[in-house]
Design a protein around this ligand. Structure first.
Ligand code: NAD
Length: 324
């Protein structure tokens, strides 16, 4: 395909307007429309990029080659499915959907029509993660923190589906082994859903991942630390930085191994731009996207498993998490 892809963004709130900015700037994409059920939001962004505004995404079916679905999670399935059935490429924000049945329907629709389905697990496009990924050999232990300051967005889902799902995707991508056990705790704080959660995942190959996610934190933090034999890495997603310590074999005569501390080389760039560029290329070249529908389903399944453990834990401990 040599000509520009006709693109549109469905949902131009906090994140969707960033998708619109990027589609309108890419040489191989022509942003032709934005859609939002909130007319003033949608019109503002449409005017900014001199494109058409629609309040009903169905008006765009058959008129575009690729769309980003950046609406709240509750509507991911319904919006994405209509485009996928029409053969339109879809980049759906994370989490892929609310339920595994919805995710399966989306994956099946994409397979049937041949449409590309990519899921917005943006940290895969963080250049710091991409540098880390190159040096992973045998991860044994992860300590991960994803802490956000409270905003009134994404309250249709809990913190496990909203924030922890990023880390579940990253860890599932790095550990080539099945999860065998999950321990998890979580509590609602400012909403009626889980706002703060901790999960410990154990893998068949012996790896352990400890993940804390909060959307009611006083500070923003997105850090992943990991050990593998003779190596420690500390990744800061926001700074796009990976610090490392390596144990080198003792040089002749020395009693202790040498500790080498350094940073991995990282080519810093905007992860959302890299994600959308990669999606546009996958649609144009009809190649498997970096984050496929089944990757999105894998992360969603882990999120559901964590939530099940949280419920079981609160029942066992006799804690009533409900306000009802
Ligand atoms: P938001 O509430 O700011 O924006 C959502 C927009 O969608 C609103 O303008 C709303 O009017 C519109 N909308 C709702 N239903 C619609 C429909 N059926 N058709 C058209 N428009 C509709 O939310 P947000 O923070 O931008 O989050 C949107 C999505 O992006 C969520 O799925 C969220 O999980 C995801 N997200 C991902 C990341 C990331 O790091 N990848 C970060 C933030 C949000």
């Amino acid at each position: 395909m040599t000509e520009q892809l006709r693109t549109a963004v469905i949902g131009v709130g906090h994140l969707g307007r960033e998708h619109a900015r990027i589609y309108s700037s890419l040489p191989n994409s022509e942003l032709i429309a934005v859609c939002d059920t909130n007319e003033s939001t949608g019109r503002e962004i449409a005017e900014r990029y001199s494109v058409r505004f629609v309040s009903d995404y169905r008006e765009l079916i058959g008129q575009v080659d690729a769309v980003s679905v950046v609406t709240p999670t509750v509507s991911h399935h319904d919006v994405a499915l209509d485009f996928l059935q029409a053969g339109t490429g879809v980049l759906v924000e994370k989490p892929i959907a609310r339920t595994l049945d919805e995710a399966d329907a989306m994956i099946n629709a994409a397979e049937k029509s041949g449409a590309i389905l990519q899921v917005g697990h943006i940290e895969r496009f963080n250049p710091a993660f991409q540098s880390l990924q190159k040096v992973i050999t045998r991860p044994l232990f992860f300590e991960v923190h994803r802490m956000g300051i409270f905003t009134p967005r994404s309250l249709d889902i809990d913190v496990v589906m909203d924030l922890m799902v990023h880390e579940l995707d990253i860890i599932a991508e790095l550990v080539p082994s099945e999860v065998t056990k999950i321990h998890a705790v979580g509590i609602p704080i400012l909403t009626r859903k889980i706002d703060l959660a901790n999960a410990r995942l154990e893998f068949a190959d012996g790896c352990v991942a400890n993940i804390t996610a909060s959307r009611v934190s006083g500070e923003r933090l997105r850090k992943l630390r990991l050990f593998q034999p003779h190596q420690y890495y500390s990744l800061d997603y926001a700074e796009q930085q990976v610090a490392m310590c390596k144990l080198m074999p003792p040089v002749s005569g020395a009693l202790q191994p040498e500790i080498v501390a350094d940073y991995l080389p990282v080519n810093k760039r905007e992860p959302l731009l890299a994600e959308i560029e990669s999606f546009v290329n996958a649609v144009r070249e009809k190649t498997t996207p970096v984050v496929s529908g089944s990757d999105g389903r894998r992360a969603l399944k882990l999120a559901h498993d964590v939530l099940t453990r949280i419920k079981e834990h609160s029942q066992l401990a006799g804690i009533n998490l409900s306000f009802d």
